[in-house]
Ligand binder design. Structure first.
Ligand SMILES: Nc1ncnc2c1ncn2[C@@H]1O[C@H](COP(=O)(O)OP(=O)(O)OP(=O)(O)O)[C@@H](O)[C@H]1O
Ligand SMILES: [Mg+2]
Length: 311
């Protein structure tokens, strides 16, 4: 779950806010496009969620973590729990594809044997099983973005945030990446993606949140269109400063940043989705099944013993 409650952001020295009293509630397992003109505040909103920037006003909660109570030392921990993908991939150029993904696990102390098991599966999921030995410079743009997604998914985050993941790609590769995000969403990961690609947004008919000058001017809950002036959008009351969502009205327990943040209570989870529409590779399905099983067995455990899933 992602919740922004009346969030405003003024960058240093600016009189006008980059985000202006933004209220946004994203449920677990939603797929949301965030659109808006250049400078509308999309990346700023993403940076609020990754804690790259702090809000000037307002509250943010992600996966049960109330950012107000988050200490600096918890920030790297948070970033490991949310997968983030950027337009420019941010891969390590001197490491192979395999090593780029493995590195994401190494830095959080995953054992070598688990890394050896996980990396091939994640590369398989993104369709790059045969490219593990290559360096990023030897890959196409679409393949590089797949590596970035594999890296961000290796730790099985329950939220994947992508800031213009198709911004540097041609239409064919863009569609490949978007289909991959859909597939990842189909096995339960919440996806928030910013884009300028009207065709993709209009064809997918997902929830579309439109920002303009730092304000949410449209929130089409489903069947959304790319509509930057908001004229065709049904504007959600909440997004225009209406009553705050219930969760915001009942602030959560004081510090919600445990050593091991866990998923929201299972009761918040919607029922299992139907079989995904996007076609999957056989091996991709196997990884998905494995993730589902891990999650199911995790939820059966006492909270303190769960693995590190968040929504
Ligand atoms: N680090 C920063 N310091 C100061 N101002 C910033 C900073 N980052 C963004 N801004 C300003 O905040 C506003 C919103 O920028 P942001 O990058 O969030 O827009 P965006 O919607 O992501 O645009 P684009 O589609 O071009 O990526 C802009 O006016 C921008 O100049
Ligand atoms: Mg941006």
């Amino acid at each position: 779950m992602i919740l922004l409650d009346n969030v405003s952001k003024y960058y240093k020295g600016d009189k006008t806010p980059a985000l202006d009293e933004v209220n946004l509630h994203i449920q677990p397992r939603e797929f949301v496009f965030l659109v808006g003109e250049s400078g509308a505040g999309k990346s700023t909103l993403i940076k609020m969620l990754t804690r790259e920037e702090k809000p000037s006003y307002g509250d943010i909660m992600v996966g049960g973590i109330d950012y107000k109570y988050m200490k600096k030392k918890h920030i790297p921990h948070l970033r490991r729990r949310i997968g983030v993908v950027f337009q420019d991939f941010k891969l390590l150029p001197n490491r192979t594809v395999y090593e780029n993904v493995a590195f994401a696990l190494e830095i959080v102390g995953v054992s070598n044997s688990e890394i050896k098991r996980t990396v091939p599966k994640v590369l398989d999921l993104v369709g790059l099983s045969d490219k593990g030995h290559k360096f990023p410079g030897d890959l196409s743009g679409g393949e590089r973005q797949r590596v970035a997604i594999a890296r961000s998914m290796a730790r099985q985050p329950k939220i994947l945030i992508a800031d213009e993941p198709t911004g540097n790609l041609d239409p064919e590769n863009s569609w490949g990446i978007i289909r991959l995000l859909e597939e990842i969403n189909n096995f339960g990961t919440t996806i928030l993606v910013t884009t300028h690609d009207a065709e993709v947004v209009n064809q997918l008919k997902k929830r579309v949140v439109t920002l303009s000058h730092g304000k949410i001017i449209g929130d089409q809950k489903s069947g959304g269109h790319y509509d930057l002036d908001g004229s065709r959008t049904r504007i959600a009351k909440r997004s225009l400063g209406g009553p705050a969502p219930a969760a915001a009205q009942q602030p959560a327990q004081p510090i919600v940043v445990p050593k091991d943040p866990v998923a929201e209570a299972p009761k918040e989870e919607p029922a299992e989705k139907e079989a995904p529409k996007a076609s999957k590779t056989k091996s991709g399905s196997a990884v998905i099944e494995q993730m589902k099983k891990a999650k199911a067995s995790d939820e059966a455990k006492p909270v303190a013993k769960r693995r590190k899933f968040i929504h």
